[in-house]
Design a protein around this ligand. Structure first.
Ligand code: SF4
Ligand code: SF4
Length: 412
């Protein structure tokens, strides 16, 4: 099939998907953007109508506002959960961003973000700068714009976590027999902003009986794919497949990375050999909480009141909902918050590009989190932690799941 034929058949596929929207409006009830700013163009219904108008020639070529409209989406997937036609609006937006980016170019910000995250050298340099700034209390001074990386709470911890029996029902996947060596996938945000939390994850996995390797990996490709830079995302996916495919288990404590790694088969679907390797890899990807529950890990109890925020990618993307709650219920006095699965408004770079709207969505989350009376708000995704960290203070800490269920560091 020639490129032109392929492009045209893909366009037909997207148009037929968009045609399935009957404008029922169910998506307006759950879209966080609509909740804080009731404009129809914020909703799945509005954006799908705009995309269809462009693809069928109703909107003229070269209309720059269309690109902005397609970027105005958290990719949270809440709309798809309630859509009677099961339209995956987030996927449609990513598809449109790629089409429009290839045609009209990408913004300087998205190009810089893509290159910066894709480069190991730039990430290492960034880590040095961020570590220095975090030490100098910049997180506090910048009002949470630069997130802090708090130590795990040490009070009320009776000792190392217990590594135990396998008989507890997980309700989820089973570990392959005898698989005890794993690759810990250090995502960009964990490595750059939350290295103490990443260390806590490794300590926890080790305490659960795994031999943990930390291979040098590349960015998972999600920031690039989300902004339509699919070619860069594909190149990163191939690098990661080569690095990781020798392992039987690959674990990440980043909900976004987990979902992105699981999505490699779809990303590489056009290249048969790579698609096969990507499919084999995707079956070995585990989220942090999921593998701990499957391994029968029992965290020690801490005297903490904790509530939990669902990462959209982990919850809706991978269906990991119970595992973190099971661990937190055992480790703490757990309290479920209202609408724990509402997006926090961070969504990668959305919070930087739309700060006012992002702040309003975060305020809804803060109200629900504080209403629980919790001491700690926990998430299993550094992307969420970067956003949620802005509300820390006044008796509420924000932490990664690993920091609450890990065994203590030696000497603490
Ligand atoms: S819920 Fe689905 S079908 Fe209904 S308006 Fe939204 S996108 Fe369209
Ligand atoms: S993916 Fe989220 S932000 Fe985007 S339209 Fe759907 S509900 Fe709204």
């Amino acid at each position: 099939m020639s490129d032109i034929e392929k492009t045209s058949s893909q366009k037909d596929d997207l148009v037929s998907l968009l045609n399935q929207c009957d404008r029922c409006g169910a998506c307006t009830r759950v879209c966080p953007l609509y909740e804080v700013n009731a404009l129809d163009r914020a909703t799945a219904r509005g954006k799908l109508a705009l995309a269809k108008a462009y693809l069928t020639g109703v909107i003229p070529e070269g209309d720059k506002t269309l690109q902005e409209a397609m970027e105005y989406c958290l990719l949270c997937g809440a709309c798809s959960e309630v859509c009677p036609s099961h339209i995956m609006t987030a996927d449609a937006m990513v598809d449109m961003r790629q089409r429009l980016g290839q045609k009209y170019g990408y913004s300087l910000f998205h190009r810089a973000l893509s290159r910066g995250m894709a480069s190991r050298g730039l990430r290492a340099l960034g880590r040095l700068g961020i570590a220095a700034a975090q030490k100098m209390a910049f997180p506090r001074l910048t009002g949470g714009l630069l997130p802090s990386d708090p130590l795990a709470p040490s009070t009320g911890h009776p000792g190392p976590a217990l590594l135990q029996s396998r008989e507890r029902p997980t309700g989820g996947r089973s570990l392959p027999a005898e698989a005890r060596q794993l690759a810990y996938f250090t995502g960009c945000a964990m490595g750059l902003f939350f290295p103490k939390a990443a260390d806590a994850s490794v300590r926890t996995l080790t305490a659960a009986g795994f031999q943990v390797d930390r291979p040098q990996v590349d960015c998972c490709g999600l920031p690039q794919l989300a902004h339509g830079l699919a070619d860069t995302a594909k190149a990163l996916a191939k690098e990661n497949i080569q690095t990781l495919e020798a392992y039987d288990l690959i674990v990440t404590d980043c909900g976004s990375c987990a979902s992105s790694l699981q999505g490699y088969p779809a990303l590489l679907a056009d290249e048969a050999d790579w698609a096969l390797r990507a499919t084999a890899l995707s079956q070995k990807i585990w989220s942090f909480s999921e593998i701990l529950v499957a391994a029968g890990y029992h965290p020690a109890h801490r005297d903490l009141r904790v509530t939990y925020h669902d990462s959209c990618h982990l919850n809706r993307g991978l269906g990991v909902h119970e595992a973190p709650r099971q661990l937190l219920t055992e480790a703490t006095d757990y309290i479920e918050m209202d609408r724990a699965d509402r997006c926090c408004g961070g969504s990668g770079s959305f919070g930087v590009e739309h700060p006012a709207i992002s702040k309003k969505i975060l305020a809804l989350k803060e109200k629900d989190a504080r209403a629980t009376g919790a001491d700690v708000l926990v998430a299993e995704c550094p992307s969420c932690l970067m956003q949620l960290g802005k509300m820390a203070g006044d008796g509420l800490q924000v932490m990664h799941l690993s920091q609450v269920i890990c065994p203590p560091e030696e000497g603490i």
